[in-house]
Design a protein around this ligand. Structure first.
Ligand code: DC
Length: 235
């Protein structure tokens, strides 16, 4: 029996999937905070492995790659906005948040053995209770029976402008056209891979966030969850 099947029925899983730069992490945090549950940033798990294994890891023979991935274990602490991802017991920091690491992550994420290792880790982390899980295949592959599934989308140009603002807040500059080109390349890789490609689950609510701000999307998601939940998730 998989960990997903063993989860007590009281646990609620909210899945948030979507392409690069659509605001999933910010929303996962905000929704988890509002619901009083923890959140799991699965992109951060792929990024972390990509950074630690280094460029070219996707070309290793599958068994070597499985063994290399197995040297890293993930855990979560805290909840809501304060949830922290740990890798081998150490907090994962901002060093994974560059577009270069995002691209490396996208490459190793196309390798079946890497996905197998992380799928198991993700289900195991989720067995701790109710959570918001964000990524590319949360609603389709990892938690196909999740009660609340959302797929967020926005035009690449809109996502590039959001990235630019984010970078500026960190004191960095970038070219918006180059950011849009990087986003398109990563979309292309994530949507067209053979295993667990990025796509909405058939039962996901698709939200085009192009004309909405984070608070508006969060409210839409929370309203939809409340409408479909008999008992509140937290008080
Ligand atoms: O969401 P993100 O930008 O942090 O994700 C980085 C890459 O990891 C993304 O381009 C594809 C991969 N990924 C994935 O394949 N499946 C997930 N559930 C999460 C991320």
């Amino acid at each position: 029996m998989s960990t997903d099947e063993k989860r007590p029925s009281a646990a609620v899983v909210v899945t948030l999937d979507g392409p690069a730069g659509v605001g999933k992490t910010t929303l996962a945090r905000a929704v988890a905070e509002a619901l009083g549950v923890f959140y799991m940033d699965t992109g951060a798990m792929f990024r972390c492995l990509a950074l630690r294994l280094g460029p070219g890891a996707e070309q290793l023979p599958p068994e070597k790659l499985r063994e290399a991935c197995g040297r890293w274990t993930f855990s979560l602490e805290g909840q809501g906005n304060g949830t922290r991802l740990l890798c081998n017991g150490e907090p994962v920091g901002d060093e994974i948040r560059t577009e270069r690491v995002g691209m490396l992550a996208s490459r190793i994420a196309a390798v079946p053995v890497v996905r197998e290792v992380l799928l198991e880790a993700q289900r195991s982390l989720a067995s701790a209770g109710s959570l918001v899980a964000e990524g590319r295949d949360m609603g389709t592959e990892v938690f196909p029976r999740a009660r609340h599934k959302f797929f967020l989308d926005a035009a690449p140009e809109v996502r590039a402008r959001r990235r630019l603002l984010e970078l500026r807040q960190r004191g960095e500059e970038a070219d918006v056209d180059e950011l849009a080109a990087q986003i398109r390349r990563r979309d292309d890789q994530d949507r067209n891979r053979a295993v667990a490609p990025l796509r909405p689950a058939t039962d996901a609510v698709v939200i085009d966030t192009s004309a909405l701000n984070i608070d508006e999307v969060r409210e839409l998601i929370l309203r939809r969850i409340r409408e479909r939940t008999d008992a509140p998730l937290s008080d």
